[in-house]
Structures are given as C-alpha cells and as structure tokens.
Design a protein around this ligand. Structure first.
Ligand code: AMP
Ligand code: MG
Length: 413
C-alpha cells in the first residue's frame, strides 16, 4: 500500500506552486502496483514494467520499399542507361529469388531482397524490352531498399520501463514478435462525487438539483489511463457520511478520487474528512481554475480531492491527478509536450499563479479565447481545442505573443 510520508504534512495553507505540488507527489507517494503479463490487445494505457530489448532486428531481412526491379548498384552505369537481363521474381512473403551476377530481378513492396542485390528501381522509372530491363542512370546505391535493422537492431532498447503503452508501442512490440507484455498491475481507483445538489442522470431534477457531470468524466479519464475504477457514487454534504464512505473504500483501493467539497465553505466536507480521518499534504495550489485541490491520505490510501466545477476538475486532474496516478502506477510522468500558439487576444492576470485559458485554434494557428470562461461551463471543454497555460510570473499577454498550449486531447490520454 502506498504511504504518504510524514514530512509533507508540515505544510500550512499557503498557495503551493504547481511544480512544487507535483514534486511533493513524487517525493511522498510510493508506487503501489505489482506486475502482470497481459495480451497486447489489452495493454493500451498500461505501464511497461521492464525495459524491452529488441529480440530480433526490424526489419528482420532487407526488403524492397516499392514495386520494381532489384539489381546490384555496381552494375549500373553512371552516365548512361543500363540494360540488364532479368532473372527471378520475389513477392512479399516468398523466399528471395536466386539471381545470377549481372542480372536484375522483379520485386514487389515488402519482398525480401535477393542475395547480393542492394538497390531497387521503381517500375514506373524502367522500361522492359525483349532483352530485359532498361535502367536510367542516376539512382543512388541502396535506393528503395530497406536494410536489416533499419528500424531497430536486435539487442537495442525498444521501450523503457515506466512508459504508458500507446498504440504505436503495441505496433513495435508486435513487430518484435511479442504477443504479451509485462505491465504494472492496474491501479484500483474509487471515484466519488460530493454535493447534496447532485443527482445521477437520468433522474429528473428537483428544484436546486443538477446532474452529476464530473463522475462520468473522471471515470472516463481513469479508464483511458488503464485504471480499474470503482464508481463510488455521490456522497452527501455531511462530514460523517463522507468520512465513513472514504474510510470504507480506502482498504480496497490504491487511490480515492473525489470532486467537490474541498473549498473553505461550511459544506465542504472532503477536506475536513481528510483532516479528521487521515492527513492532509496540501489543499491549495496556485493554479486557475482549480485552486482548491487537496492531496492527503485516509487509512494509508492517497486521496486526491478535486474541485467541484467541471472545468476545474479536469484541469486539476490533468495537472495533479495524472502525475499522481503515474507515480502510483510506477510510470514516469511526462508532462505534455511544450507546444506554443500565437495569441489572438489580450489577457491580464495576477502574478503568482498558473492560469489555464480555454482557447480554440484557427487554421492560421492563432489561439482565440473561448468566450465563456466560468469554471462550470462544460461546453467550454467540448468546444475548445486547447488550454493556454500562462506561467506564474506573467501578468500581461498581448495579441501576437506566443504562449504555451496543451491540446485538450493530450489531457485525456
Ligand atoms: P464545490 O467544490 O463542492 O463547492 O462545488 C463547486 C461547484 O461545482 C458547485 O457549483 C457545484 O454544484 C458544482 N459541482 C460539484 N460537483 C459537481 C459534479 N459532480 N458535477 C457537476 N457540477 C458539480
Ligand atoms: Mg459542494
């Protein structure tokens, strides 16, 4: 079971910079998963348990990249076309033809190169006549042939331990001949919503009620990240019931994830439950949206309490939930790549906090601010393309300046 170590609880209530909060996750949360072997078809999103070395070369034999004629480059005259007699034919999947010296040979895409031949001319570029083939001058040695191990050579490291497996990784593993892969066991994550105003769809709403939107989003985000999720339902705004439900779930899960109830209001019982039942590591991070976000533990199980507004819940899940999951799962957290876009708008912000502005990106690469900015506007997530991440120290963004952007699609998987 992962444990939060003691010294992170000394922290008071000040706003913690995001990088510091992420560093605390790594420093204080231990990996919680074991290892198992799974079929490649079930491995998307799972964390690679060990380095994988290529046990064969890719491609395993030299082969043709085009449909055409293979020959020895040494037989080609440098400044005039060359006539070569033809011998043999090799299609993909066949053993390569035996080709006598001084001959060219018919070959197709993916077919093994006949022994001794090193270059292929595309069929569109040659003329076949009664004597064989006419090859124009000018083709470089090795053209249109794929050498053994061009992709990866046997013995080289193909994938590093700790990597979250994505479909191209599965292509590489399958290409290297693996049917299964050793991965870290899936994290068991229980997801709760909190709030007396929440009801599950499709129940009709009584006055004052709204449908719970966050739980479905969080369950989806976790599933895409390879977690085994438990739907913990909706917790009422009641300190005892909240504490009891979280404590009951702690034993059978590697992580408890809640949304709502982490601010300072009288009805915010998650933070109070952590303080009463377990220990709180931090609960205020210098990001907008999403400032109230609590990391703690209950009965030895980490708990991440996300804010209730759906946009804030997504942003904090990505900024803190994702690194926490990666840490628990034994993965190496890789922040989204640093892409930049040109701003089409002016923006003023307070120094000292990281601000995520929802933007759409036009065909010209210019980012436009989504017109509705409330942290509860779910359509701002479905309609935007990216979050523009304005750094802590920035106070003014002028139109035409570039700023970092994180495509929303990268936050989801
Ligand atoms: P809270 O963090 O509990 O103060 O909630 C902040 C805002 O988010 C309130 O307007 C809540 O009604 C809303 N909210 C909380 N949880 C959810 C949820 N699961 N789905 C949709 N809205 C929510
Ligand atoms: Mg609430």
């Amino acid at each position: 079971m992962a444990q939060l170590s003691d010294d992170c609880f000394a922290f008071g209530g000040a706003l913690l910079p995001l990088a510091e909060a992420q560093a605390r996750i790594v420093a204080h949360v231990a990996p919680a998963s074991g290892c198992e072997s799974v079929a490649l078809s079930a491995a998307t999103g799972r964390i690679l348990a060990q380095d994988v070395l290529a046990r064969v070369s890719l491609p395993p034999q030299a082969n043709s990249a085009v449909d055409g004629y293979a020959f020895r480059h040494a037989d080609l005259s440098l400044d005039a076309s060359t006539n070569l007699p033809l011998a043999g034919r090799t299609a993909a999947g066949q053993a390569p033809a035996l080709v006598p010296p001084g001959h060219a040979s018919r070959i197709f895409t993916g077919a093994a190169m006949p022994d001794g031949l090193d270059t292929v001319m595309m069929q569109e570029d040659c003329v076949v006549d009664a004597h064989g083939i006419v090859l124009p001058a000018g083709l470089g040695k090795g053209a249109n042939a794929r050498p053994v191990g061009e992709d990866i050579a046997a013995g080289q490291r193909a994938l590093r331990a700790g990597r979250r497996l994505m479909p191209p990784d599965l292509a590489l593993l399958a290409g290297l001949g693996h049917a299964t892969v050793d991965v870290r066991t899936a994290l068991r994550v229980a997801v709760f919503s909190t709030g007396d105003e929440l009801v599950d769809p499709p129940h009709p709403l009584a006055p004052g009620q709204i449908h719970d939107a966050n739980r479905m989003m969080l369950l989806g985000l976790l599933t895409r990240l390879g977690a085994r999720v438990t739907d913990g339902g909706i917790l009422p705004d009641n300190a005892r019931a909240t504490a009891q439900a979280l404590r009951a779930a702690a034993g059978a899960h590697d992580l408890l994830l809640t949304s709502g109830g982490v601010s300072t209001g009288e009805e915010d019982h998650v933070r109070a439950a952590i303080a009463a039942e377990g220990r709180l590591a931090f609960w205020r991070v210098a990001i907008k949206p999403g400032r109230p976000v609590a990391l703690g533990e209950i009965a030895g199980t980490p708990l991440l309490g996300l804010p209730g507004n759906p946009v804030a819940a997504l942003v904090t899940f990505s900024a803190l939930g994702r690194p926490l999951l990666d840490r628990l799962a034994g993965a190496v957290y890789a922040p989204p790549p640093a892409l930049r876009a040109v701003s089409g708008f002016a923006y003023r912000k307070k120094a000292g906090r990281l601000e995520y502005v929802r933007v759409t990106i036009g065909p010209d690469g210019v980012a436009h601010r989504y017109p509705k900015e409330g942290a509860g506007i779910i359509t701002s997530l479905t309609e935007s393309d990216a979050l523009m991440a304005l750094p802590e120290d920035m106070t003014n963004l002028a139109p035409g300046e570039t700023a970092p952007v994180i495509p929303l699609g990268l936050l989801h998987g």
